[in-house]
Write a protein that binds this ligand. Structure first.
Ligand code: URA
Length: 269
């Protein structure tokens, strides 16, 4: 069988798929043209400056996209409100097509741990490993998260619900290249997060990092917010520095340990 050719190279299917995967990892996840354009081969053209008055007026756009965004948000709200159980919510959220990220992600990432737990941890978004496994916090940051909460006697797989935690993210789909979620992506995810918290009904919430704080309390600045109790979704919540930040800044682990002890005291008090 003839090998497919790509810009003069012979490629087997496995290599072609690996290349595509690499591009997606780098954030190039939107095909714009059917045929690739080698921009190094294009002649360099310096366009003469046209006088501003000569430029044609841009055609009036019938819609700036606001109506579409409002409709997608209304759909997310209706789907979330209609879910009467966590299983129904997961199904509704996974089926929601209004969020563009869904098209670039591998797996839907809903939650992990014990939904009966008294503590719910709200993270940011799936990373590469979470996107592969369809479970939140299973990469390097997730392993540190397990060690942190293990140090105060909590585990996501504890048999006893009193000793367990439950974990989810603001976003259920991975943003390409692990970029920060946009305000629109957060807004579209928020109805599902709100309903998720309502159905799981934890006693306490940990807001893990800036994106969780932005979504839940409309504030960023985790180094200022951490360690101070706030109210999120009608429940007591503790902002903490994200384990990914702690991996990059080990000196911040001291404050994180103080936060864990405060959390333990509140759970036991
Ligand atoms: N970081 C998060 O905030 N959530 C994950 O699931 C993984 C990494």
């Amino acid at each position: 069988m003839d090998q497919p050719r790509y810009q003069g190279f012979d490629l087997d299917a496995e290599t072609a798929l690996a290349l595509l995967d690499w591009q997606r990892e780098m954030g190039a996840d939107l095909p714009l043209l059917d045929t690739p354009v080698d921009r190094f081969e294009l002649p360099v053209r310096v366009a003469p400056m046209a006088p501003a008055a000569a430029a044609p007026a841009p055609a009036a756009r019938p819609d700036d996209g606001t109506a579409d965004a409002d409709a997608r948000l209304a759909e997310a709200e209706a789907l979330a409100a209609g879910a009467e159980s966590l299983a129904a919510l997961a199904e509704a959220q996974e089926g929601f097509d209004g969020i563009e990220l869904k098209r670039g992600a591998r797996r839907f990432c809903f939650a992990d741990g014990d939904p009966r737990a008294r503590l719910l941890i709200l993270g940011e978004a799936p990373g590469d490993e979470e996107d592969r496994q369809g479970r939140p916090f299973v990469g390097r940051a997730g392993q540190l998260l397990d060690r942190m909460f293990g140090a105060i006697g909590l585990a996501r797989d504890a048999v006893d619900a009193e000793r367990a935690f439950y974990v989810t993210n603001v976003l259920a789909w991975r943003p390409p290249g692990n970029r920060d979620p946009s305000p629109e992506e957060i807004a579209l995810s928020l109805p599902f997060v709100r309903r998720h918290v309502e159905l799981a009904a934890p006693d306490l919430i940990v807001l893990m990092g800036n994106i969780a704080c932005q979504a839940a309390i409309g504030q960023r600045g985790i180094l200022r917010l951490r360690g101070g109790w706030v109210e999120a979704f009608g429940r007591p919540a503790l902002p903490m520095t994200h384990p990914a930040y702690l991996l990059r800044n080990p000196a911040a682990k001291r404050d994180a340990w103080a936060d864990l002890l405060a959390l333990q005291a509140r759970l036991e008090g």
